[in-house]
Design a protein around this ligand. Structure first.
Ligand code: PAF
Length: 282
């Protein structure tokens, strides 16, 4: 049965009970989320369930990673549905703190700074976003103390930055990446998809179509970018922010070998991101 805890004190007590029940050696898996859970989160929870003795899911819409008040206000919130889903997937503990539990003294004075990768790709559109993500993830890790934490490849830059933070700060948690879950037409699942109007939802499928065209073109970096770019140029209702090819760790694209093709675009007022793995030079 899934147990809901709200405060840090409740979390600590429930964690201690779990550890006592399962034994000190048992692995604790964590799935940090902002709620509005969908099949992409289910994949994270299932991956945690498959490799850990107990699973903790946090649900917290973190104000420090939103730089636009409107975006924060309209972020979907649905705790009861989220709890039902967690129960169904066998989550042991849901931690859904209030803002005051995470930031008891108001907005944090001391932040985790994400470094130069945070200034690229998503960076220019979302100043401070990754500092907010890394700061809250550090706080969540400190409270839950998981052995493994599960993040989706959908937010690839976030995943790379969390990995880097864990290495740089020596945080004792193993970061596990879980592949993106897609709708049948290819659209990557995102909590923001529910904000798309029916016609915007139709346009949104061009993002994954472009990425797939790039992936299938493979060959040189130029060929990949040209194939993906062609799809986006023809796409109606898609205002492209960037289409970039990088290496698998988001450094400059290599001539051959594993790479990552990333896109961000505005569909109406909703900004979507997506990415795929590409093998260059084959
Ligand atoms: O990916 C998300 O849902 C959030 O950025 C995270 C990692 C839960 C931090 O708030």
């Amino acid at each position: 049965m899934t147990r809901l805890v709200r405060t840090r004190g409740e979390l600590a007590a429930a964690r201690a009970v779990l550890v006592q029940e399962l034994g000190a050696q048992a692995s604790l898996g964590m799935v940090p989320t902002m709620g509005a859970l969908h099949a992409g989160h289910v994949a994270l929870i299932d991956a945690a369930r498959a490799s850990c003795a107990a699973v903790v899911t946090s649900i917290f819409v973190n104000p420090m990673q939103f730089h636009q008040a409107g975006d924060l206000a309209r972020y979907p919130r649905q705790l009861q549905e989220d709890l039902a889903l967690c129960e169904q997937r066998g989550v042991d503990l849901v931690w859904a703190p209030e803002v005051a539990d995470i930031y008891p003294e108001g907005p944090a004075q001391v932040w985790v700074t994400a470094g130069e990768l945070a200034d690229q790709l998503e960076g220019p559109d979302r100043p401070g976003h990754f500092d907010g993500v890394l700061t809250v993830v550090t706080k969540l890790f400190a409270a839950v103390r998981p052995h493994r934490a599960f993040f989706g490849e959908k937010d690839y830059q976030q995943l790379m930055l969390i990995r880097r933070m864990v290495r740089d700060l020596g945080q004792e948690v193993q970061v596990v990446a879980v592949p993106t879950v897609r709708e049948p037409d290819g659209l990557a699942l995102s909590s923001r998809n529910v904000l798309l109007s029916p016609s915007e939802r139709v346009s949104a499928r061009w993002l994954s179509a472009a990425l797939m065209a790039g992936q299938n073109a493979a060959g040189s970096a130029e060929a990949v970018l040209a194939a993906a770019g062609q799809v986006l140029e023809a796409a109606e209702g898609v205002d492209v922010d960037y289409l970039e090819l990088r290496d698998a760790e988001l450094g400059p694209a290599p001539e051959t070998g594993p790479a990552r093709l990333l896109v961000a675009a505005r569909i109406g007022s909703i900004r979507l991101i997506d990415n795929v793995a590409v093998e260059l030079g084959r």
